[in-house]
Design a protein. Structure first.
Length: 350
């Protein structure tokens, strides 16, 4: 297997955990949020921290609500331009996951100025700008600091009709679950850090992580779409469990139906995983029922942290064709049904 050539400056050497894999573990985050004082919130705040949702939503008037989010992380790849593209795509995904349309962004930039050449930093910023240009929005400002690890991301702002907000806690029993992108980005990032990822695997990784989740906007207008989120640092199982808890339901997944990045499956079978995968599983694995004798690599794929992952949609059965058609119009050829929401609690994998 031919591996990708070393970059002149390896950005990942600065990262203790790259991409969404550097998120605080779900169990720790839950503990931190539980200790945060809550106060009276304005009625205009349609979505806050109560549902572990993708973005905050604030009603402006009867036909407009502001969608606000921020997302940033340390390098998941060595190429600075690709790092900028991935980080920007990932940040804007939260707006699409709420059914919104991005309108502008602010850059969040932290760089070790004594270690990275200015031209490398400029390429990171250019990568982020290219994604915002593709989304049709400006980077209208931001903030930068000198830090020990490279950090890049965006504050994303968008608009959505208040009646079209797609929360992650409104799924209904019997809803079909549809996943928009294949899994395995975290596993590929682990192979990259080991220097074993092939050029083809790297291309698959970049293709997945730089594809904007644009179907989210038209999906927001579909009454048959009841809930939506994007799969990022907590892995498919983690973000689906957030949907289950918020909706007070359980879920069933058909493992054989999961879309997987081809090379990621190969590395998973060989035991290449991220540390974040194990941290994820320790936080929520007790809520997941695996088939008896399921191999460890299946667990690793379910908890694999996705950076700029796919939309996870819960929709009525009679809306499946319409949802898949929208994904298809936007070029998401891997989108497919993967399971359903059911009465009960927790996640059962078939």
């Amino acid at each position: 297997m031919n591996t990708i050539a070393d970059a002149p400056v390896r950005l990942t050497q600065f990262s203790h955990g790259g991409g969404c894999g550097c998120k605080i573990a779900p169990a720790v985050l839950t503990e931190l949020l539980a200790a945060t004082p809550m106060r009276a919130l304005p009625a205009e705040l349609l979505v806050g921290t109560e549902s572990s949702d993708d973005a905050a939503v604030y009603r402006l008037n009867d036909s407009q609500a502001l969608v606000a989010t921020t997302d940033f992380f340390t390098p998941i790849v060595d190429d600075p331009y690709d790092f900028g593209r991935i980080a920007a795509t990932n940040a804007l995904s939260d707006i699409y996951a709420m059914g919104g349309r991005p309108i502008m962004a602010l850059a969040v930039v932290g760089m070790p100025l004594d270690k990275l050449p200015l031209e490398v930093i400029a390429k990171i910023l250019a990568g982020g700008e290219s994604v915002c240009a593709a989304a049709g929005i400006p980077i209208a400002g931001g903030h930068s600091i000198d830090v020990l690890e490279p950090i890049y991301g965006l504050v994303g702002l968008g608009l959505v009709h208040p009646d079209r907000v797609k929360r992650n806690d409104r799924a209904q029993a019997g809803d079909v679950l549809i996943l928009g992108k294949p899994l395995g980005v975290g596993i590929l990032s682990a192979a990259l850090k080991k220097g074993t990822l092939s050029a083809a695997g790297y291309a698959q990784m970049i293709a997945a992580t730089t594809r904007l989740n644009t179907p989210g906007t038209p999906l927001g207008a579909m009454p048959g779409v009841h809930a939506m989120t994007d799969v990022t640092g907590f892995g498919l199982a983690g973000h689906l469990l957030e949907m289950c808890r918020g909706s007070r339901l359980g879920a069933q997944l058909r493992f054989a139906d999961l879309p997987l990045i081809e090379e990621a499956l190969l590395w998973a079978r060989e035991g290449t995983v991220t540390g974040a995968s194990a941290r994820n599983w320790s936080g929520y694995g007790a809520e997941v029922q695996l088939p008896e004798g399921a191999p460890a690599w299946q667990q690793a794929l379910l908890s694999d942290p996705q950076t700029s992952g796919g939309l996870l949609v819960a929709c009525a059965a009679d809306s499946v064709a319409e949802v898949l058609a929208e994904f298809g119009r936007c070029g998401f050829i891997d989108a497919r049904p993967i399971g359903s929401m059911v009465a009960g609690q927790g996640l059962r994998v078939l």
